[in-house]
Ligand binder design. Structure first.
Ligand code: SF4
Length: 301
């Protein structure tokens, strides 16, 4: 009798697995390492905007002396250490840092830096021939604000396919995407522009660039597989994270029992009744330690 009860216990014990591909992308990892290294040498480091779209990780770094701020609130002291985060900044931010005598610690992801320079070149080219730089991205996302700065804030920003009407199809076009955007939507935007040009202005000079980061797109097949192998998916990311929203939508499309949380307090025990397998995944801004804490908490339920 006792043995069968033990068997029953093990039979219903939940298996909780962390997605092996989840966690910081290399750009975020690099910026956090830069911040941690600086904080070992300096008491204070001022980061312009959230260092990462994850409040738990921000709280951890704040304990070591990181301060999240904006240009208006920076201290007057000369040589204050100012960190630019992974998303990058427009050229005007570099001027502000230099003009105020601050010490710049540039944590911009190298992939974003490369994209900024591509946009700058495309903008100079388009200026000469009366063309347009177009960016598929979220208008207020810091990466897009930075990218747009390299086109003198004259880029056309498309948040969705429905907005392609802003483009003049008879003038040259250079199309880019924010690094963390949805690849499928970007493909449909590329094709819709091609179609418009073919139908009405076949001689238009149009080029597009595949600028969605492979750290995001390469995760999709593994995530799909992971979501189909677990009965419940707990997706952990800050609510502001762009790739978090994108990757969570993929989870939801594969597994209806997918839940998006940003902290341990949001776990709802009713999600796990009679469930045997739970998968924990997260965005490129989700620290591994947070997913581990959440996995351990679920195991105690
Ligand atoms: S997703 Fe890619 S481009 Fe964006 S920060 Fe990470 S590594 Fe850099």
């Amino acid at each position: 009798m006792q043995e069968s009860l033990i068997n029953l216990f093990f039979h219903y014990r939940m298996k909780v697995t962390i997605d092996p591909y989840a966690g910081f992308c290399f750009g975020v990892k690099k910026t956090i390492e830069i911040a941690e290294k600086e904080l070992q040498q300096q008491e204070k480091l001022y980061c312009i905007g959230d260092i990462v779209h994850n409040q738990e990780e921000i709280n951890r770094l704040k304990k070591s002396g990181l301060e999240i701020t904006d240009f208006a609130a920076l201290p007057k002291e000369k040589r204050a250490n100012v960190l630019f985060r992974t998303h990058g900044e427009p050229p005007s931010s570099y001027k502000k840092v230099n003009n105020n005598g601050f010490t710049l610690i540039d944590g911009t992801c190298p992939i974003v830096l490369k994209l900024q320079l591509k946009i700058k070149d495309a903008f100079l080219e388009m200026e000469k021939i009366g063309g347009q730089v177009v960016i598929y991205g979220s208008k207020n996302h810091p990466e897009v604000v930075g990218l747009s700065g390299y086109a003198n804030d004259k880029a056309i920003i498309l948040e969705s396919l429905d907005e392609i009407g802003q483009i003049n199809f008879s003038k040259p076009i250079r199309l880019f995407a924010q690094t963390t955007k949805d690849k499928e939507i970007y493909n449909s935007i590329k094709e819709a522009i091609t179609q418009k040009i073919n139908d009405n202005n076949p001689t238009t000079d149009y080029k597009y660039f595949n600028t969605i980061c492979s750290q995001i797109s390469n995760r999709v097949p593994g995530l799909i597989d992971f979501c189909s192998k677990n009965e419940v998916i707990i997706f952990v990311s800050g609510k502001k994270s762009s790739n978090g929203k994108y990757l969570f939508n993929i989870c939801k499309s594969i597994n209806d029992k997918s839940y998006h949380i940003s902290s341990i307090e949001e776990i709802n025990p009713s999600w796990f009744k009679l469930i045997k397998t739970v998968g924990i995944s997260g965005a490129t801004s989700t620290p591994l330690w947070l997913m581990e804490e959440i996995a351990n908490q679920i195991k105690t339920l």
